[in-house]
Design a protein around this ligand. Structure first.
Ligand SMILES: Cc1ncc(COP(=O)(O)O)c(C=O)c1O
Length: 408
């Protein structure tokens, strides 16, 4: 059986998948229950090292903690990256519990409430403005607190990025201020007490095409340099977004990071540095930092044959790992890499369908996959579970217990 490259990143000990050097059977005993998510500290560290080695030294790396807000994971990343991005007051609290200074924390996302804006101002984090209305509400929060809010304008670009699993820029959007409206907003901001640090564009996520990401970065820089001409003060912050995808299915080809590094190098040295010498250039990544470092482990509780088709029924499912069921942004459902965790390479193998414990046909974790023969009690692992796993799943659906999360 050929292994998905992400599976190969995890060591095996006595034929078992090991996370952080702990064989999965023993890990299940240590945790005391299944299902669980396990994240590998060393793989996260290696991923940041790869980015540091491949992307320009001048580039700042920001972790979007929405991808995995487990406090231990955020703590670890806070020591490896330059900045953190949050999308809610609770994420902000998790970020501020780390040693990362508040000045290196940004808060992006539509629908920030007045209460959240006040908290952000009080904390001293940078608010990435999504609309003129938000700017006005933030200015009022700053006045009433007697603190000058720090902001960047999130721009909805006048181009769209193709090939993204999710698109957040181009055309009409709830995200950011339409590029053509930004000069007018900047004029208005000059009359407020908001400290305008710079700009942010986040055009899409889960893109595996380096050529498309490079083109988007070129167009983003071109756009932001143009908008910077109307900035009320020197631009100190240029967040070019990210969107770096990871291979989820066996059809996905890993991203050519070197091509992106070379492109960013040219953009920074030839375009940005000469014109905006004070600007820190930022790339904001979520899944690329953590997605491949995590697994979801669930135990077989039933094995049945229905009209010739073999099912393994596990104690977890889409309520914990929605993405693997194909219901989180996939147009055509494809299997995530899956294995029998306690006997990864055992023989013989058989075709099986792995389903979760929810009473809906949507709760499908592995459709007609080839796995070593497994029985009740065996552990099934789903790879690529380090990002948008637990917190992007409908955990309350059918009222099953929540899974544990561990970082090893
Ligand atoms: C503003 C912003 N930043 C960062 C991210 C992280 O995306 P990804 O995890 O695909 O890198 C997202 C994803 O929705 C986003 O909306």
């Amino acid at each position: 059986m050929t292994q998905h490259p992400s599976a190969a990143a995890f060591a095996q000990i006595d034929g078992q998948l090991a996370v952080g050097g702990v064989p999965v059977g023993r890990l299940a005993e240590r945790i005391g229950s299944t299902p669980f998510f396990a994240y590998d500290r060393a793989l996260i560290t290696e991923r940041v090292a790869l980015l540091r080695a491949t992307l320009p030294a001048a580039l700042q790396l920001k972790y979007a903690i929405k991808a995995n807000p487990m406090p231990a994971v955020v703590q670890q990343l806070s020591g490896l990256v330059d900045a953190l991005d949050v999308a809610s007051a609770l994420e902000m609290r998790v970020a501020l519990d780390t040693p990362m200074p508040a000045s290196k924390v940004s808060f992006a996302g539509p629908g920030k409430t007045d209460a959240e804006l006040r908290q952000a101002v009080a904390a001293g984090v940078t608010v990435e403005l999504e609309s003129a209305n938000e700017a006005a509400r933030l200015a009022r929060a700053g006045e009433s607190l007697g603190i000058r809010p720090r902001v960047a304008v999130r721009v909805n670009p006048d181009f769209a990025v193709k090939g993204s699993g999710m698109r957040m820029g181009g055309g009409p959007q709830q995200f950011g201020v339409d590029a053509e409206l930004v000069p007018g907003l900047l004029k208005d901001l000059a009359g407020t007490d908001l400290e305008v640090l710079g700009f942010h564009v986040f055009a899409g996520s889960q893109n595996l095409r380096a050529d498309i990401i490079c083109e988007a970065q070129r167009r983003t820089v071109e756009l932001l340099l143009r908008l910077a001409e109307d900035a009320p003060e020197a631009v100190r912050y240029l967040n070019l977004g990210g969107g770096f995808g990871i291979p989820y299915t066996d059809r996905d080809v890993p991203l050519d990071l070197a091509a992106i590094g070379a492109n960013l190098d040219t953009l920074i040295s030839d375009e940005i540095a000469p014109r905006l010498p004070d600007a820190q250039v930022v790339i904001e990544l979520g899944r690329y930092l953590v997605g491949e470092a995590g697994v979801y482990v669930t135990r077989v509780v039933d094995r049945k044959v229905s009209r010739g088709k073999t099912y393994l029924v596990v104690d977890g499912g889409m309520h914990h790992q929605l993405a693997a069921s194909g219901n989180f942004g996939q147009v055509i459902r494809r299997n995530y890499p899956i294995a029998v965790a306690n006997r990864v390479a055992a023989e013989p193998v058989e075709p099986v369908t792995v389903v979760g414990s929810l009473c809906t046909p949507l709760d499908l974790l592995g459709d007609n996959v080839t796995l070593p023969e497994a029985s009740v009690g065996d552990l099934i692992v789903i790879y690529q579970a380090g990002a948008y796993g637990l917190t992007a799943s409908p955990t309350a659906f059918l009222s099953h217990p929540a899974p544990a999360e561990v970082l090893l």
